[in-house]
Design a protein around this ligand. Structure first.
Ligand code: F0G
Length: 463
């Protein structure tokens, strides 16, 4: 048996294929694939603390990278095949202002800030891994459908390395300006489809298959190998202690799937002695996972999941012409491609799913900003969700909670400016139509005449 291979996630199928295959669906049943390891033929660490030795060798790009310094836990590539642009230099920050908003005791809420990545979102963790695999497979073009961050990341990796041409599919008018700006500036071939993300996702798979273009969406299991490292860095930030909760926004459900795999493997390798619980937070306007998991009771059930329930649910959405709709455009997704993997992760880690409104998302986002870190709306869903779970009593005030801030504040300035705006028209256009009624934590600009005395008076009054 090979030490590294790809394997169907469904235990009753468990078909395998070689590590350098690029179909990314099970050759036998069409299900999702995992990157699988025979650890007995590999050299995983004896203790997580062993990784600390790499901090002293940051001149080596592989040890500088916040992804590849954990390469023994994603050992699918040889070191000389790895392609890194310095991703994963992110921080875990104790956040008491945000914690108090969420109802937590001081010192118990942490924010894992993935906005610090080169392209400004967590996607770079996965992209470096997918890119490495694409290079192993000698790909010349790479494609994705995106709500904006995957495409920005792909565009950055292509322009930074010059190794591949980026082809990106986006729903017309469905991505924020910060993200569109990145795709254009970094030279990606940008295909705007008259539809939304769910349409673009279907099309990109067809096109990639037809033209033999390498697909970098999170259906690609190598992407998720890279995203596992977000959890390794959380553990590193907590001196290798496992938190009680990881709270993450849910869109295509790649992150939660990757996090579940990361913790399962660490437990299997005896590197952690307990698992955290996982909480996935949907936007209320794009709440498929919440509906299926919490309302209809859909479960992984060791791979014997109720696919008919899922098909019926999607059929209902189509019949009623329901499309995803939320200010958190990054997670404006109704057909998450990683659904079964996410269910598996929740089964393993005792997970829950919640939905939060656009109002709750934007209020939480303003609190995150006031607390010192800037995030985009989708990311703030994690904080809004933690607050909801605390109010419900599911999370205890003394538990240790890590919310993942998936993307940078400047990804979507439109939403932020509208929230803080004094201009009712702007507020209504951007937010009012999404059911946002008030900007509870707005920091409004003050209008003053161009007159020194008036300016000084205003500052004295307001500060
Ligand atoms: N947060 C941000 C900022 C995102 O960009 C995404 C996904 C998510 C959360 C959801 O993560 O899919 O792992 O559940 N953005 C994708 C994109 C879909 O195309 O950029 P997930």
């Amino acid at each position: 048996m090979d030490a590294v291979f790809q394997r169907c996630i469904f235990p009753e199928c468990a078909a395998t294929c070689a590590v350098d295959e690029t179909q990314f669906v099970c050759p036998r049943c069409g299900g999702l694939l995992d990157v699988a390891y025979d650890w007995s033929q590999l050299s995983p660490p004896k203790a997580l603390r062993d990784f600390e030795a790499k901090w002293n060798d940051r001149a080596n790009p592989l040890n500088f990278s916040g992804v590849w310094r954990f390469q023994e836990l994603l050992p699918f590539a040889k070191p000389n095949q790895v392609l890194t642009i310095g991703e994963g230099q992110t921080i875990l920050q104790r956040a008491d202002v945000v914690g108090s908003y969420a109802g937590m005791q001081p010192g118990r809420l942490f924010l894992q800030y993935e906005g610090m990545n080169p392209s400004g979102s967590f996607k770079d963790n996965g992209m470096t891994a997918a890119f490495t695999h694409a290079r192993m497979a000698s790909a010349r073009r790479a494609a994705c459908a995106s709500t904006g961050n995957t495409s920005a990341s792909l565009a950055v990796f292509c322009s930074a390395t010059g190794l591949m041409r980026a082809v990106i599919f986006i729903g017309s008018g469905k991505i924020s300006y910060g993200k569109l700006a990145q795709a254009l500036d970094h030279g990606a071939l940008t295909v705007q489809i008259a539809g939304d993300f769910d349409d673009a996702m279907q099309r990109v798979q067809q096109v990639a298959r037809r033209l033999g273009i390498y697909l970098v969406n999170s259906i690609n299991p190598f992407r998720l190998e890279g995203q596992k490292t977000i959890m390794y860095r959380v553990l590193e930030g907590l001196r290798w202690e496992v938190p009680d909760w990881i709270v993450v926004p849910g869109g295509n459900l790649g992150n939660v799937s990757a996090f579940g795999k990361a913790f399962s493997e660490l437990a299997e390798l005896g590197l952690i002695d307990r698992l955290p619980r996982l909480a996935v937070i949907n936007a209320a306007g794009a709440n498929t996972f919440y509906q299926l998991y919490e309302r209809y009771g859909l479960r992984w059930n060791q791979g014997r999941w109720d696919i008919k329930l899922v098909d019926g649910y999607y059929g209902g959405l189509d019949a009623e012409r329901i499309r995803a709709a939320t200010i958190a455009s990054a997670i404006e997704i109704n057909r998450p491609v990683n659904l079964p993997k996410a269910l598996r992760a929740l089964e393993r880690c005792g997970g829950v799913v919640r939905e939060v409104t656009d109002q709750e998302i934007l209020d939480a986002k303003a609190k995150v900003g006031a607390g010192g870190l800037g995030c985009e709306p989708a990311s703030a869903a994690s904080v809004a969700g933690a607050r909801k779970l605390r109010l419900e009593g599911v999370i205890e005030p003394g538990e240790r909670v890590v919310c993942i801030l998936t993307g940078h504040q400047l990804k979507d300035p439109t939403a932020t400016v509208a929230y803080h705006s004094t201009d009712q028209k702007t507020f209504n256009e951007v937010l009012g139509q999404r059911g946002v009624r008030r900007a509870t934590f707005a920091n409004r600009a003050i209008q003053v005449p161009n007159d020194l005395d008036e300016i000084i008076k205003a500052i004295e009054v307001y500060s």
